[in-house]
Design a protein around this ligand. Structure first.
Ligand SMILES: CC(C)[C@H](C(=O)O)[C@@H](O)C(=O)O
Ligand code: SF4
Length: 478
């Protein structure tokens, strides 16, 4: 029988097969890890563990560290004011020094959110295994890599051995047929997928996004989708590599070159699910039927098309009604309210989900010649310094600042409350990030997850909107 993409990559990395355990049950397989990404939040105890055991890092050359979660996006070269944040960053700096690991600190041209820098540098490659002590490591699956988020004790294991014991997974195909309509993005697709299968729907599975709509997506769009696989509870998300993948990678600093490039591409072409492979589960999505999505609740599965209204718990069965009531209370939303009438205080364009150059270009195309509504604060935070520099070369920073938005330095920023960029209690935010949990963007803050296009249009109108809700820019000067 044929094998799926995920199974092929897995099989190529098994250094010791698990099989039956002596006392019953099964032992996990031991997998080789090709790339280990490290950030300041989940690594300190792992390095402490190594020190206590007198161990070194087995493959410093396959380990790369960056500073992202605690980064203040204003004045990045000043000492970090918050003590916990400063300690985490200082600790990472000491650890990489002691263990000989390459770090991209604040102020470095290559610094950025951990899931931005792997792809940018060409470190994330098809058919590799990638891990990081961070749940959104699934992002790297867009290249046909098997990429897992791991816990801190696993970080220590990988640092020490460059291997990781892993339990077998199930496979789920997400078949996205047809073509996306203009203005509908991969962010809308993934919000629709999670709304359909639920935040636990992917538990135990590696998802493979397939179909015509996926083939037409850019690498950045694929990364957005794979990034949020974890929000469906999945262990990982993948897309089979193709010409789009190879074109993205060619010439990047760590991509193979010359003859090595040719042989790598030949091997990468084999990395696709065999025609006769069978997935444990298949989910169908009709791309042509989708419109921009927005979440109304407090988990990423609580999303609906922007054109709809806030759902009514009275129309649901008991379990859903209880969860919905609780979410609506936190979000301060009335059932039946058109989502387009919901006003926001803040718009956040950023995070490892949607802060790549194409996301910034898309938002800028909406904001050019327009202005952020008086009632709204908009933060534009490139996911990496490379994206920041590229955007500045293209003049996108000017488009945003002339529209009244704030242009910041790279980091996780308002995606989560670990740095100065936070919502005040009760503030409502349209955010291009991936999580809308209670307090995620600051205590008492309320989050609506949206695409960059919806974020930009919302900033202009002040209520949840898509670009088609905006009047033509020329009218503003008439
Ligand atoms: C801080 C880190 C462990 C966390 C994660 O694992 O995802 C963060 O990146 C997040 O997005 O919530
Ligand atoms: S941008 Fe957000 S989701 Fe991504 S790693 Fe940072 S905190 Fe996690």
């Amino acid at each position: 029988m044929g094998r799926t993409l995920a199974e092929k990559v897995w099989d190529q990395h098994v250094v010791r097969a698990g099989g039956a355990a002596p006392g019953g049950g099964t032992e996990p397989d031991l997998l080789y890890i090709d790339l280990h990404l490290v950030h300041e939040v989940t690594s300190p105890q792992a390095f402490d563990g190594l020190r206590l055991a007198g161990r070194r890092v087995r493959r410093p050359d396959l380990t790369i560290a960056t500073e992202d979660h605690n980064v203040p996006t204003l004045d990045i070269l000043a000492p970090i004011a918050d003590e916990v944040s400063r300690t985490q960053v200082d600790t990472l700096r000491r650890n990489v020094e002691e263990f000989g690991i390459r770090l991209f600190p604040m102020g470095d041209d290559n610094q950025g959110i951990v899931h931005m820098i792997g792809p940018e540098l060409g470190l994330t490659q098809p058919g590799t295994t990638v891990v990081c002590g961070d749940s959104h490591t699934s992002t790297h699956g867009a290249f046909g890599a098997l990429a897992f988020g791991i816990g801190t004790s696993e970080v220590e294991h990988v640092l020490a051995t460059q291997t990781l014991p892993l339990r077998p997974f199930k496979t789920m195909a997400i078949e996205i047929s047809g073509e996306l309509r203009p203005g509908v993005t991969s962010k809308d697709v993934i919000l629709a997928v999670i709304a359909q299968i639920g935040t636990g729907g992917g538990a135990g599975y590696v998802l493979e996004y397939r179909g015509e709509a996926v083939r037409q997506m850019s690498m950045e769009a694929r990364m957005t989708m794979c990034n949020m696989s974890i929000e469906a509870g999945a262990r990982a998300g993948m897309v089979a590599p193709d010409e789009t993948t190879f074109a993205y990678l060619e010439g990047r600093p760590h991509a193979p070159q010359g003859e090595q490039w040719d042989s790598a591409v030949a091997a990468w072409r084999e990395l696709r699910t065999d025609d006769d492979a069978v997935f444990d589960e298949v989910v169908h999505i009709d791309a042509g039927s989708l419109t921009p999505y927005v979440t109304w609740g407090t988990n990423p599965g609580q999303g609906v098309p922007l054109g709809e209204t806030v759902p009514d718990p009275a129309e649901m069965d008991d379990a859903d009604a209880v969860a919905t009531r609780k979410a609506l209370e936190y979000m301060a939303l009335e059932p039946g309210t058109p989502l387009r009438d919901v006003g926001v205080d803040v718009v956040f364009l950023g995070s490892c989900t949607n802060a790549r150059i194409e996301d910034l270009r898309a938002a800028a195309s909406v904001m050019e010649g327009r202005h952020v509504a008086d009632s709204v604060q908009m933060l534009v935070v490139p996911g990496s310094m490379r994206v920041k520099m590229q955007a500045e070369q293209e003049g996108l920073d000017k488009v945003f600042t002339e529209a009244g938005a704030e242009w910041r330095s790279a980091g996780c920023s308002m995606c989560l409350g670990m740095n100065p960029d936070q919502l005040a209690p009760g503030q409502r935010c349209a955010s291009t990030s991936n999580r809308n949990f209670e307090g995620r963007q600051g205590k008492g803050g309320r989050t609506h997850l949206v695409s960059p296009l919806v974020a930009a249009a919302t900033a202009v109108r002040g209520t949840l909107s898509s670009p088609e809700d905006l009047s033509p820019t020329t009218l503003q000067f008439a």
